[in-house]
Ligand binder design. Structure first.
Ligand SMILES: Cc1cc2nc3c(=O)[nH]c(=O)nc-3n(C[C@H](O)[C@H](O)[C@H](O)COP(=O)(O)OP(=O)(O)OC[C@H]3O[C@@H](n4cnc5c(N)ncnc54)[C@H](O)[C@@H]3O)c2cc1C
Length: 446
């Protein structure tokens, strides 16, 4: 007998998950607290654009959506580093032509997935419906219809929580006990700013790169949009000498940019008003285990593993969750208890690994990219990858261009780091040949 499936949240992941389920013949009702972004000309929320990479692309291909999305993406071949003296250079993400990541509008992506899900005729999205609580004992979800403030009680057999980092479904699972949950706030926040098109409606910077102005304790980044603008994001500590608490007046904002981002400042005409009027975004990480409750509930996406945005993987990881759950549904048919328990058993460790790697990448992005030691390691790891393309794959590439489990990426990444350090302590990069490299790889069991 087909189960009644309820999904909470129609952000990036909810409609994609519903699409997968509809292809298996399930009807799905989604409850979303926001209004329909296709009718209201509002931003889809935080972060205007996102970096899409292999894991996300794979899921979009599985549901037959990638060909519709691809024309709206902009390839970014590497990090374009902007130094304080105005000089810049590109650090490619990979060494193969296809090793690029793609900038995509969050709203466009969200709208396309919602439309495709609804077009199946098996997915119904209820907008302006906020889930206020979930009773896992009674299989009931309480939802407020914000059009008329009426509360509805909806029964379900299965509830899927893709309601983001403040998940109400996760709260209900925590209430049942047996779920370990840690929220780790980041002591840095962000402000979004717009770099509009320049003269002749052209991009003001190279559009095929992710731009970074690394300044050790803080950084500015910019991703291209289809309309020739860039969305810039300033990441700043929440407290301290240079922090969101010390940069608020017009003079303080101008002083910060004049001192640390003078080149970017010239390209952001509404800097002061945007800085003051745009909301300040908070960031944090969620570790949670398990991700399911009996055969009734499961959480995916940010609800299960909110990550800081520094590896560009939050959405990609969330899309991969859907793909993995889908494979388990194929494998175990309608044995939901087994599907859910295997999902937690196989995949929670991957959620933890990407949460950790995203935190580590912040330090790399805002500081290490310009560090001579980092540059040497990077040069050597690319050399080792050319020598052993199957065995030695740089961590960034494993995350962004492969489907290797994040937990394995983490372990292999640590071994590879040790290999690079040990080789660099003993040899010049030019003298490293296959024999030398292999010796150190074997020592690390790689
Ligand atoms: C600044 C920034 C930059 C980022 N950049 C990238 C990037 O480059 N690449 C990448 O892969 N990821 C990126 N991410 C991460 C990415 O945005 C998230 O990982 C992704 O949105 C997770 O999708 P989700 O569907 O799980 O959650 P969300 O997209 O947050 O969707 C949750 C949905 O649930 C709804 N909801 C919440 N509570 C309720 C409720 N009680 N009742 C009903 N509905 C509810 C919300 O309205 C929302 O629509 C970035 C994040 C930030 C903050």
């Amino acid at each position: 007998m087909k189960k009644k499936i309820v999904v909470i949240g129609a952000g990036l992941t909810g409609p994609l998950l519903a699409l997968y389920l509809s292809k298996k013949g399930y009807n799905v009702d989604i409850y979303e607290k926001r209004s329909d972004i296709r009718c209201n000309n509002i931003s889809a929320g935080r972060s205007i654009n996102l970096a899409l990479s292999a894991r996300g692309i794979n899921a979009l291909k599985e549901v037959g959506l990638y060909d519709r999305i691809s024309p709206h993406t902009i390839p970014m071949k590497g990090r374009n580093i902007h130094d304080l003296d105005g000089s810049e250079h590109l650090q490619p993400y990979g060494q193969k032509e296809e090793e690029v990541i793609y900038s995509i509008s969050r709203a466009k992506l969200n709208m396309e997935i919602m439309t495709l899900a609804e077009n199946t005729g098996m997915v119904k999205i209820y907008y302006n419906h906020r889930c206020t609580s979930v009773s896992l004992e009674e299989n009931l979800v309480y939802v407020t219809d914000e059009n008329n403030c009426k509360e509805k009680r909806i029964n379900f057999d299965i509830i899927l929580g893709v309601d983001g980092s403040g998940s109400a479904v996760r709260d209900a699972m925590i209430e049942q006990g047996g779920l370990n949950h840690i929220y780790k706030p980041l002591d840095h926040c962000y402000e979004e700013l717009t770099m509009p098109p320049g003269a002749n409606e052209k991009y003001q910077l190279n559009p095929n790169a992710l731009h970074i102005w690394p300044r050790e304790e803080f950084m500015l980044i910019a991703l291209p949009n289809m309309d020739s603008s860039f969305t810039c994001t300033l990441f700043l500590p929440t407290t301290g000498a240079i922090s969101i608490s010390t940069v608020s007046t017009d003079d303080e904002i101008v002083h910060l940019f004049n001192k640390y981002f003078p080149d970017a400042m010239l390209l952001i005409p509404d800097l002061v008003s945007e800085f003051k009027n745009n909301p300040t975004g908070n960031l944090g990480s969620i570790y949670c285990d398990p991700w399911h409750f009996e055969d009734k509930a499961v959480i995916l996406g940010d609800a299960a593993h909110a990550v800081v945005p520094f590896f560009g993987q939050g959405m990609n990881a969330s899309f991969q969750d859907c793909s993995i759950l889908n494979k388990l549904i194929e494998k175990y048919k309608s044995n939901w208890s087994l599907i859910f328990s295997e999902f937690s058993k196989l995949h929670v460790k991957n959620g933890h690994a990407i949460v950790d790697m995203a935190l580590e990448n912040y330090v790399e992005m805002r500081g290490h990219v310009n560090d001579p030691g980092y540059k040497k390691r990077r040069q050597l790891e690319l050399k080792l990858e050319r020598m052993f393309p199957e065995e030695f794959i740089p961590r960034y590439s494993m995350v962004s261009f492969h489907q290797i489990e994040y937990s394995e990426v983490y372990t292999r990444g640590e071994k590879q780091f040790n290999i690079l350090e040990k080789i660099l302590n003993n040899y010049d990069i030019a003298e490293v040949d296959k024999k030398i490299a292999k010796k150190f790889m074997l020592q690390q069991d790689l």
